[in-house]
Design a protein. Structure first.
Length: 177
């Protein structure tokens, strides 16, 4: 085995990324206080060729020094929108035909590995504040809650790690079909 060179990775340019067909998945960040976490989600969205990111409430948005540091240019490739009010973001998503889920531990939440996705179904996943999670008022507007099964003592993951887990699971179910 040998590590591949950057040339061998055959990565898309920003222009090629913009022109590429995206997966109909939107990551929504609600009141995420760390711009470093936001930048990390940008990189994940780029890696998985997501439709975009919605940044809501006081979540930082580009241009921002800390986002740029962790996004490594993904803030230039990934389509994003900022909404002051999360309910406006959810209304927009639903009007575009997206099923909207909160990523939260809640009554009747669905384990991530149990979610059934059909073909090119449009999905949006809301991830919340690092301490308080997704707001209850936001959960009430969603089609349901997804939960990442956790087996240890801790009952939460860093928001950027949780985003990586849930977004990969949504992408994995579509890759190679």
């Amino acid at each position: 085995m040998r590590k591949l060179s950057m040339e061998e990775l055959n990565r898309k340019s920003v222009e090629e990324f913009h022109e590429a067909e995206k997966l109909p998945i939107i990551a929504v960040l609600e009141n995420v206080r760390s711009a470093y976490n936001v930048g990390s989600v940008f990189r994940t969205a780029d890696a998985f060729l997501l439709e975009g990111i919605y940044l809501c409430g006081y979540t930082a948005f580009p241009p921002h020094k800390e986002i740029k540091k962790t996004a490594l240019g993904a803030e230039e490739s990934v389509h994003w929108k900022h909404f002051k009010n999360i309910s406006e973001a959810i209304d927009s998503l639903k009007s575009l035909g997206y099923r909207v889920y909160a990523l939260e531990q809640a009554e009747n939440s669905l384990a991530l590995n149990e979610l059934k996705i059909s073909g090119d179904e449009k999905l949006a996943v809301i991830m919340g504040n690092e301490v308080s999670g997704v707001e209850q008022s936001t959960i009430a507007l969603c089609d349901g809650c997804l939960e990442i099964p956790q087996l240890g003592m801790k009952h939460s993951l860093n928001v950027s790690v949780a985003a990586g887990v849930v977004l990969w699971e949504l992408v994995r179910s579509r890759v190679g079909k």
